[in-house]
Ligand binder design. Sequence first.
Ligand SMILES: Nc1ncnc2c1ncn2[C@@H]1O[C@H](COP(=O)(O)OP(=O)(O)O)[C@@H](O)[C@H]1O
Ligand SMILES: [Mg+2]
Length: 337
Amino acid sequence: MSDAPASPPMIQIEGLTKHYGRTHALRGITFEVPKGQVVGFLGPNGAGKSTTMKILTGFVEATGGIVKVAGISVADDPVGARTRIGYLPENNPLYEDMMVEEYLEYIARIRRIPADKVRGAIDTAVARCGLQKVRGKDIGELSKGFRQRVGLAQAIVHDPDLLILDEPTTGLDPNQVVEIRNLIRELGKEKTVILSTHVLPEVQHMCGRALIISEGKIVADGAPDQLSSDGGHIDLVVTGKRGAPDLAATRALLKALPDVAEVHERTTGEKDALAFSLTTKGSADPRRALFAALVDAELVLLSLDKKALGLEETFRKLTTAEAGKAEHADHPHSKAA
Ligand SMILES: Nc1ncnc2c1ncn2[C@@H]1O[C@H](COP(=O)(O)OP(=O)(O)O)[C@@H](O)[C@H]1O
Ligand SMILES: [Mg+2]
C-alpha cells in the first residue's frame, strides 16, 4: 500500500473538552501536529497537559471533540490508535521487582509483538536507550535517570510513530536531565514527539514548536524563538554629572518615555549610580528617546543592555494573565521600583 499524497497529521485535536464532574479540565482545545515535529506542551500545574495526553492515549475518555492519531479516531478505534503511540506516563510507573529485560518482554507481549520479533525489538530499544549494562538488573536497583530510560524503552519497543511523554524530566537531577533530553532529541529525529513540561528550558532545548496551555485552553502556539521575540526589556545604569542622581526624578523621566511600559529599579555595585530595568511596549525600541532624555537631564549612561523578552516571561505573562493571577514575587523583574 502506498501512502496517500497528503497523509493525515500525526495528531489532530479539534474542540476537545473534558469535564471531571464540575472541573472543566479542557475547554475546547484545537491543534494539529504534522509528522516529524517535536512539540513541547507547556503549561503550569493543573493546566490540562496530562488530561490531554491521557485522552490521546485512550486512557481517559473525552467529554467532547475529535481526537485522531495518524488519522485514526481514538474514540472509535482505541486499539488501532494505540499501536501508533508510545506513551511515557507522568511519574513513569514501573515494576520495581522485574529485571529490565523481563519488563520489556512483558511490554512487548502486551504490545502484541510477534514472538519471533520480540528479541530484536528489545535489543533495539535497549541499544537506543543506552540500557545495555543494566538489562539484567532489577528496575528497583536503578537510578532515576536509568528508570526514565527504561520508561522510554518501553515506549518505543513496538516502534511507534508518535511518542507522548508526560513530564519526562521531572524529578531528575541536572545531569540526568541532560542525558534524558539528549536521548529524547535523538528519538525525535525519527519520531513525532509531544512532551509536556512545566519548565521552560525544556522546550528551548528539545522542541521546534511550543504549545502553551493554561486553564484548559491553548494560549500560544509557535516556534520557541518566535514566542520569545515579542516585547523585551532594557537594563541600564545611570549616574549624575555630580554624584548620584535623584531616584524619584530619574524614575519619572524613564517612565515618561513613549515606549516604556514599566520601570523597575535594580541593585548595582557601581558607585553613585542607579540601575533600572525597563519593559517595553510590544516590539518598540525606546533607546534613542532614552538617550536624548538622559542627555537633556544631564545624566550619564554607564551601560545599556537590550534584551528580548525570554520565553519564560512570555510564558508567565500568558499563563498568569489567563489565570488572572498576580505577578510571581520570585521573578527578578517583578518587583516594581
Ligand atoms: N481524575 C481526575 N478527577 C478530577 N479532576 C481531575 C482528574 N485529573 C485531573 N483533574 C483536574 O483537571 C485539571 C487538569 O489536570 P491535569 O491534566 O493533570 O493538568 P497538568 O498535567 O497540566 O498538571 C486540574 O484541575 C486537575 O485537578
Ligand atoms: Mg500533569
